[in-house]
Design a binder for this molecule. Sequence first.
Ligand SMILES: C[S@@+](CC[C@H](N)C(=O)[O-])C[C@H]1O[C@@H](n2cnc3c(N)ncnc32)[C@H](O)[C@@H]1O
Length: 297
Amino acid sequence: MRENRSSKTALDVLAARAVNTIAPQGLRVIQDRYAAGFLPAHWFPAKIYFRLAETFPVLYWLPRLIAKQVGIGADMLIALRHRFIDEHLLHHYRDGIRQVVLLGAGYDSRALRFRYPGLRFIEIDHPMTQRRKVRLMGSSGFPEHDALYFIPVDFTEDWLKTVADSGLIRQEPTLFIWEGVSYYLPCEAVAYTLEGVKNLTPPGSSLVFDFFPRELANENTGDVHMKRVQRYGAARGEHFLWGCDRDDIHGILCGHGFKNIRTTSIREFADHLNETHNMKIPVHAIFAYMILAQADF
Ligand SMILES: C[S@@+](CC[C@H](N)C(=O)[O-])C[C@H]1O[C@@H](n2cnc3c(N)ncnc32)[C@H](O)[C@@H]1O
C-alpha cells in the first residue's frame, strides 16, 4: 500500500460491514454498530442512510445493488469472515484468553464491541491508517476504552522490533487476528509476520486469518473473476501480492511451527450458518478461506 495515505481497502471493508449490519434477518451475519462512524466525513449521506435503514430495513437492498454493480460484490464475504473471527474471539475469551492482537487492524471495532472484563486489545497497523482511526476514535460517537493500545508499523519493514520495544504485548496466551491483510503483502512480509506471531508470545497463543488462492497474485491469470478483483486492488493502489492454495497453506504454517491447523472456506462457513442458523446467505463466487492455527512452539 502507498506510504503516504491511509488504506482505501480498509474503508471498503468497513462500508461492507456497515451494509451487512442493516441487512434483513437471514442475511445479517454481523452487527457492527460502530462501522458507519469510521466512514469519511464526505460520506455523510451514507451515514444518514445507514441510520435510516435501522428503521426501514428495505433500504438494505440499494447499497447491496451498488456493491454488486460498482464493486466486486464482496460485501457478504467480508461480513462472513468477520463473523467467523468474532465467533473465535468469543470462544477464546471463554477459554481464558485475555489479550487480542489485531495485525492490520484498519477500522475493526472489536475492541469496542467486545469490551469484556480483563480483555485487552493491541492494534498494529500502518501509521497512516492508524492515525486516522485514532483521530476518529477521539471524537464523539465512540466510547472510551482503557484497554486498547496502538502500535504503528509498516509490515514490509523490520516491524517486530518496534512491537517488542513498545512493551505493550504481555507474555500471555494471545489471539492474533490478521484479517483482510495477508494478500496485500509481499511473500517475505507474510513469512516475517508468521515468524512474528511465533516470537511475540508464549505457547498457547492462536492465529486466525483469511487468505485468497494463489491465482489472485498471478498478473497473467486467465480467470475472469480474479482479474476483476485484481483490477479492484489496482484501482485502490493496494495490489494483491500473495495468495495460497488450500492444499499448500498447511505446509507453510507447519514450516513456521504452527499446530492444530484448521482451514475452512467461506463457502463452507456460509453453508454452516445456513444450516444451523436458518440463514439464507448466497454462497456462489466466494473463494476465500479462513485459517485457525495454534502457535504451540
Ligand atoms: C483491507 S484492510 C483490512 C483492515 C481490517 N483488518 C478489517 O478487516 O477491517 C487492510 C489493512 O492492512 C493494512 N496494511 C496493508 N499493508 C500494510 C503494510 N505494509 N503495513 C502495515 N499495514 C498494512 C492497512 O493499513 C489496512 O488496515
